[in-house]
Design a protein around this ligand. Structure first.
Ligand code: DBV
Length: 258
């Protein structure tokens, strides 16, 4: 058995043949200067291996969690799924401490037999009037526009999700094969880098807000996390792979744990 045993949330994730490995590696490198600390993740969720598919066509599935925290960032976590042609996923979220007026960093990079679904955003904890005039969006907009023009739209996003997205939500569906691969390396990879670099600049610049404001931000974060947990589009897939009991605990206690 060559299944790598992970004992802490900071152990590197190395998944053979995993399409999103370079994205996670880059994020981990970029985060290093923040002074990363481990984040508590039960062993049961650090690595999980299952067999999926029919009796004649079995597929090994590996799900790994990488997680950490830093002084201004309450939770940084990556859910990594590698299941050959069945699925390859990197879902990466950074949740700031509510004492800083920072958005979430969110990336959902999903490869399924029908194609790639790719989402990237800096998402507001509280989409109020003040947020709409925040300088974050003027800095993110040129980045968004540069990459978005060359990408097909991913299609409509439900109205109920609107409070949780920024106007710079990069959302596309790409075909498998050479064309999709080319667009991922030419557009998605630099977009991911630039969203993350801007996010890390915002983190560096962020100063503590008032206790009242912090309470409001925490409420906003809780709404966001409960929305994401309730509507998690990966629920069906994860339940098929690892069972619904494991999946519900993973979603509520690890991925969206506020
Ligand atoms: N999405 C998650 C987590 C995942 C995950 C924690 C552990 O929030 C994967 C894995 N997303 C995932 C999978 C699918 C999607 C789809 C497996 C495909 C589901 C399927 O078709 O079976 C962005 N992700 C989607 C969709 C959207 C997003 C809009 C399409 C939903 C649909 O068509 O029903 N996820 C959503 C979002 C962010 C995000 C806005 C933040 C940037 O992470």
């Amino acid at each position: 058995m060559n299944f790598p045993v992970r004992t802490t949330s900071l152990d590197p994730v190395q998944l053979e043949g995993w399409r999103w490995q370079p994205f996670l590696d880059e994020a981990v490198d970029k985060l290093q200067p923040l002074g990363l600390e481990t984040y508590p993740v039960p062993l049961l969720f650090l690595s999980k291996e299952s067999i999926t598919g029919s009796a004649t066509r079995q597929q090994l599935v590996k799900t790994f969690t990488w997680a950490c925290r830093a002084s201004k960032l309450r939770q940084i976590r990556a859910a990594c799924i590698e299941a050959g042609k069945t699925a390859s996923v990197l879902n990466f979220v950074i949740c700031p401490e509510p004492s800083y007026n920072l958005p979430f960093f969110g990336a959902d990079l999903v490869t399924l037999p029908g194609g790639h679904l790719l989402a990237l955003d800096l998402q507001p904890a509280l989409k109020t009037k003040a947020w709409h005039t925040s300088p974050v969006w003027s800095r993110l907009m040129p980045i968004f526009e540069r990459w978005q023009v060359e990408l097909p739209t991913g299609g409509p996003v439900p109205d109920e999700a609107q409070p949780f997205f920024s106007p710079c939500f990069l959302w596309t569906r790409l075909p498998l094969g050479k064309q999709g691969d080319e667009l991922i390396s030419r557009l998605i990879q630099p977009a991911f880098s630039e969203y993350l670099s801007l996010y890390l600049s915002l983190v560096e610049e962020a100063t503590v807000v008032s206790p009242d404001r912090s309470k409001q931000l925490l409420l906003g974060q809780k709404l966001y996390y409960s929305y994401r947990a309730e509507k998690d589009p990966a629920r069906g897939m994860l339940s098929r792979f690892h069972g619904s009991e494991w999946t519900e605990s993973y979603i509520h206690e690890v991925l969206f744990d506020l």
